[in-house]
Write a protein that binds this ligand. Structure first.
Ligand SMILES: Cc1cc2nc3c(=O)[nH]c(=O)nc-3n(C[C@H](O)[C@H](O)[C@H](O)COP(=O)(O)OP(=O)(O)OC[C@H]3O[C@@H](n4cnc5c(N)ncnc54)[C@H](O)[C@@H]3O)c2cc1C
Length: 454
């Protein structure tokens, strides 16, 4: 027998959870199906041997919508904020150098030579005209500033957000605010200032957040709110369209085959799954979705006795320019940022290996990854002994790459999707990979579904 639901959300990562939550808040009886036994997707907090590990994202930016969501779910008191002034470092010539976090610090910093500083002055005083076509982040930084700035600061930050390759990432798609600023004013600085002024509400310094018991608190609160409307161990295996315009969905739930029909269908699955599921509606979906590349990332958390680490670990962590020749992309000092991440007298450091510029790294065995990370970070942090704890998680499709031509690809997907009224898409490949961007995008989709149903 076929069960009918007004709205079915597929995929219980943060995008699907927020979308289902927002739909139900709007009075729509939405159901959410998640293939795995636990919701949350890549957000996964685990406690092992007294260490609180984040197997995926380590923390998130406190966007207004995310903070509001925490209030609604009653978990605001659980939020922890990283020390806003914690220094961030970049590894240059084997030494950690402080990243300048303000314009005066940028001009005073010895990290960047005079030509990049002069280029910034030029950006403020003059106008430049961006090229008509899509421009890579690397080409943009070289055109406007300098190759050194790209290598030492921009490249490492790009790998911190996208695990991406700045030579291939599209400025327009990956950093739309910077692109818009440059386009509107012919100056990144003036454009960004104009944007900041146009924003309503009090200006908040961006801070990184997590919860006392890890990022998964948000997932658990959303799941609790959804209650029986969330079905785990339930995988969608096929989608077709019925004569009345609704969708027929094949579901495998706890090993049983089931048929569901839905008037509104929201796919919040990774792009390979989404393309395959929609291929019965139109084969072009699969080709288009398959053209979205992902970077693989290995997340390696190591625990050390504090007395075995020579560095003070006072700060956020460090990023590694590709020119340094290491395979570690960066390291977050979890136990310096948030309490309760490591047992007394211990430090927890999480490093990332792989990304778009080193896809082979994620194919290494867990012990090889532990050895590699320990070998590469030990001289930087004056570590004197082997780690007392380790955890490795490899994400073969960690982060979608907003590479050159991405805007066109998304536009074609949207044109095709529009041929199937009632079909919607949510996920980290649409408006940015950050958790806050997923929340914004999923909430916007829920609003569109609500408007269409009125
Ligand atoms: C290693 C790593 C580090 C990161 N670091 C940060 C960070 O520091 N800060 C930050 O803001 N963001 C970070 N991110 C990005 C952010 O965590 C993700 O972009 C976001 O959580 C993705 O959520 P999602 O719901 O779109 O997708 P996913 O989390 O991938 O969820 C998709 C869900 O769909 C389910 N699914 C798949 N197929 C089916 C099917 N057929 N039927 C039903 N369900 C299905 C999957 O099981 C999964 O639960 C990081 C990501 C990774 C991987």
């Amino acid at each position: 027998m076929t069960r009918h639901v007004p709205a079915l959300v597929v995929g219980g990562g943060i995008s699907g959870l927020v979308c289902a939550y927002a739909l139900r808040k709007a009075g729509i009886d939405a159901q959410l199906v998640e293939a795995s036994p636990r919701p949350g997707g890549v957000i996964n907090s685990v406690t092992r041997d007294g260490f609180l590990l984040e197997l995926g994202p380590q923390s998130f930016s406190g966007t207004p919508a995310l903070r509001e969501l925490c209030v609604e779910l009653g978990i605001s008191k659980e939020l922890l904020q990283a020390p806003p002034r914690a220094p961030r470092y970049v590894l240059i010539d084997g030494k950690l150098r402080r990243v300048p976090m303000s314009p005066p610090a940028f001009f005073m910093s010895s990290l960047i030579d005079g030509s990049a500083k002069w280029a910034l002055v030029r950006d403020i005083l003059w106008k430049s005209i961006p090229p008509d076509g899509d421009e890579s982040v690397a080409a943009f930084v070289r055109r406007k500033f300098s190759a050194q700035l790209l290598d030492r600061l921009v490249g490492p930050f790009v790998s911190g957000i996208y695990a991406g390759d700045p030579e291939r990432l599209s400025l327009r798609s990956a950093f739309p605010q910077i692109y818009e600023a440059e386009k509107a004013e012919g100056s990144v600085v003036r454009g960004m200032l104009r944007l900041a002024k146009s924003k309503k509400g009090p200006r908040e310094r961006p801070t990184l957040l997590t919860f006392r018991e890890g990022n998964e608190t948000l997932v658990r609160a959303l799941a609790n709110n959804l209650g029986p409307a969330l079905l785990t161990e339930s995988s969608v295996t096929g989608i077709s369209r019925q004569n009345d315009g609704s969708f027929a969905i094949d579901l495998q739930s706890h090993g049983q085959d089931e048929s569901v029909s839905a008037s509104s269908l929201i796919l919040a699955t990774p792009t390979d799954v989404t393309g395959a599921l929609l291929s019965r509606l139109d084969a072009s979906f699969e080709t288009l979705f398959n053209s979205i590349e992902y970077a693989a990332v290995a997340v390696v958390s190591l625990g050390y006795r504090k007395k075995d680490v020579g560095h003070s670990l006072n700060g956020f962590g460090f990023l590694v320019p590709r020119s340094a020749g290491l395979r570690v992309l960066g390291s977050v000092w979890n136990s310096s940022l948030f309490p309760g991440r490591a047992p007394e007298g211990h430090a927890l450091l999480t490093s990332f290996v792989g990304g778009a510029t080193d896809s082979a790294a994620a194919a290494l065995e867990p012990q090889e990854l532990v050895n590699l990370v320990h070998r590469e970070i030990s001289p930087v942090l004056s570590v004197k002994s082997a780690p007392v704890f380790s955890s490795v998680t490899v994400w073969p499709r960690a982060l979608p790459q907003y590479n050159l031509g991405y805007g066109g690809r998304l536009a074609r997907i949207d044109q095709l999707r529009a041929q199937f009224p009632g079909l919607w898409l949510a996920g980290n490949y649409l408006r940015g990979p950050a958790i806050g961007s997923c929340v914004d995008q999923a909430s916007a989709v829920a609003e569109e579904v609500r408007e269409r149903r009125q």
